[in-house]
Every structure is written in structure tokens, then in C-alpha cells.
Design a protein around this ligand. Sequence first.
Ligand SMILES: *Cc1c(COP(=O)(O)O)cnc(C)c1O
Length: 383
Amino acid sequence: MKSNLRFGTRAIHAGQEPDPSTGAIMTPIYQTSTFVQESPGKHKGYAYARGKNPTRVALEKCIASLENAKHGLCFGSGQGAEDAIIKLLRPGDEVLATDDLYGGSYRMFVKVFEPLGISFRFVNMHDASKLKSELSEKTRMIWIETPTNPLMKIIDIKKCVEAVAGKNIIIVVDNTFASPYLQNPLDLGAHIVTHSATKYLSGHSDVVHGALCTNDDKLHEQLAFIANSCGAVPGPMDSFLVMRGLKTLHVRMERHCSNGKAVAEFLRNHPKVDKVYWPGFSDHPNHAIAKSQMKDFGGMISFTLKGNSMEEAFAMASRTKVFSLAESLGGVESLIGHPASMTHASIPAEIRQKSGVLDSLLRLSVGIEDVEDLIEDLRQAIG
Ligand SMILES: *Cc1c(COP(=O)(O)O)cnc(C)c1O
């Protein structure tokens, strides 16, 4: 729901009240499976914790507030949220998804849902005006990731919304990379925004969690029904950790962005680095769109090495000392990853290379350490 309070204030307070029984300022971790009823059906709004848990409800309200959404729902992981969204569809329906997609989403779409009769087409949405010509009679959902993973392509959300106007098509945006601090897809006309809260929302690499938000009452009702029926809900401790992480989202994101800019510029000027993918460069193909739909450019950067040698990329990723070699992103600590063998290994090599995920491509999640240490680390690791 729109609030007059500004982003940072909502990140700290939205959905949260002092605990009515003790005054505790932090929302308690309601570690309970069930709630006592006065008489059958007469309770305080909570019956069984798969359906609703007070810690989770507070977090759902907070995330919804940050996405300017009416409704929020939390899940045991980002994939749990995505799973619920695809279950809105029926056999025969088709999804058009960004071609440069998170590997786990690709795997779930193709290996789990395609055999159940839902079809997926992966299209280049870089020029959103072409989306209209890709639509078929079966298209029921557009799945957008922007910035994309790992090539940092920017997709024009508003243009995609315009392309399907008046049609019975749901626009979903995976907003994991930008976080609600940088981008609010629902404001641009998307119907559902989904997150791996494992990443920037929680921000401390200590929890796996997911969320989705919508302004559409009917979609929310369907999604809440799926969440309760299928049961991919998070525990209260994990919801508490995400809620605690959210309180510093705005402060962390500012530092991720300024560190990201410095690292991107360092890499671009390094003689052994070939291409650097970062939407903040003025010659990034969709820089103008990034500038208009995002508040800043984030801390995710990918780059390739001259010569495109997988061995050299492996060696570099093993030599960093401040950057840890690990999957995931969005935490306070800097990470380096090799998409072709790690996050994107589940995408067949041919499709992967066609989409531009080359053998020497390395991806950085720039953390919030002192940026001089990050740059010195990369300098010694590139050699
Ligand atoms: C990590 C990630 C996911 C999956 O989230 P989990 O919490 O790992 O299940 C989905 N989309 C993007 C863009 C991601 O980075």
C-alpha cells in the first residue's frame, strides 16, 4: 500500500508494531505451529501456521510496503515463490521468459512444469517493442528479469506492459537483482513482483527465503490459496532474519551501488579485461532505460577476460582473497562466481553460449566492504 513515509522509514517500521503483550520493539519469532481457539472457529486471526504466522505476516506487510504493493506473500525460497506463480497457469498455457534467465528458474520451468503441459519460450526482450510479435494465442504470462543474470541486460518493463495491454496476460518481474530500493515493477504496470529474499532483502547470507507482491486482489487470493495448499512457507525464524535484514536495505544498497560503480570502472580500464557488463555505463545498450526505471545501477557486475580462456577465469576466481568464490549474491560480503560452471551449469552449453554466457565470464556481487580493498584484491587476482 502506498504510504507517505519514505523508503528507509518503511524498511524499518512497515508492518511492525511493538509486541502488544510485552512492548518488545522487535517482532517476536512466533515459533508455533498452531493457535488456541476459544470455541471452534473463534480465534484471533491465526489458526494454523502453514496458512498464517504473525512473524511472517509482519514481514509480508513490510516487503509489500517497499514494493508499493497491496499484498505480500512469503515462501521458503525464491523458487518456492516462483513455483506458486507458475501454478496460476494450466496445461496448454504458454510463458514467454527473458532468455538470459536465472538458471534455477530455467530448470524449474523446463524440467518440472514443461512435462506438466505448460510451455515456455525464451525470447530476447532487449527490444521490448518486438515482444508483441512474439505473443501467441496461448501466451498467458510474461516472465521478466531485469537486470538479467548474468549479462546485466536491461528490459523495459513499461514497454512490455504496453505490449500486452488489454490481453489476458500476467506480467511477472523477478526483482531480485535490483531490490525494491532500486526498482518497483508494480509502479510500472507489472502484475506480480517476485524476489529471492535470500539475496539483497535479507542481505547477510544467513537465510534462504522468497517473497512475491501484487496489487491485484484476485491474483493475491489465488496465490495465497496455492501457498497454503502447497505449503512452501518459510519458518518464523527465517522470516525474522529477513525482517531484520530489511531494516538496513536502503543503507546497504547505497554502498553496493557506489562500490559497484568503482569496481566496474576499475575493470573497464584493466588491460586484461575484455567486456564489462554493468548498466551504469553510458554506452550500455539500454542505459537510458536503466536510468529511467531504476534509482541507481546496483552492485552486480559481470566481465570477460581477453582470450576468453576458461582456465584463466578459473585461476582468477581461485586467487581472490576478499571476494569469496561462491554462488548467490546480494550479501554484505563480496562474492565472485563463474556462471558457466556454477549458477548456469543447468542450462545446456549451446543455449548458454548463444545467450552470451561465455567460458571466461565472471560475475561479481560487490559487497559493502571498503572499496579500496575490493579493487586491490581484484588487481592481484587478475595478475
Ligand atoms: C537466487 C535467485 C532465485 C532463486 O531464489 P532462491 O532463494 O535461491 O530459491 C531466483 N531468481 C534470481 C534472479 C535469483 O538470483
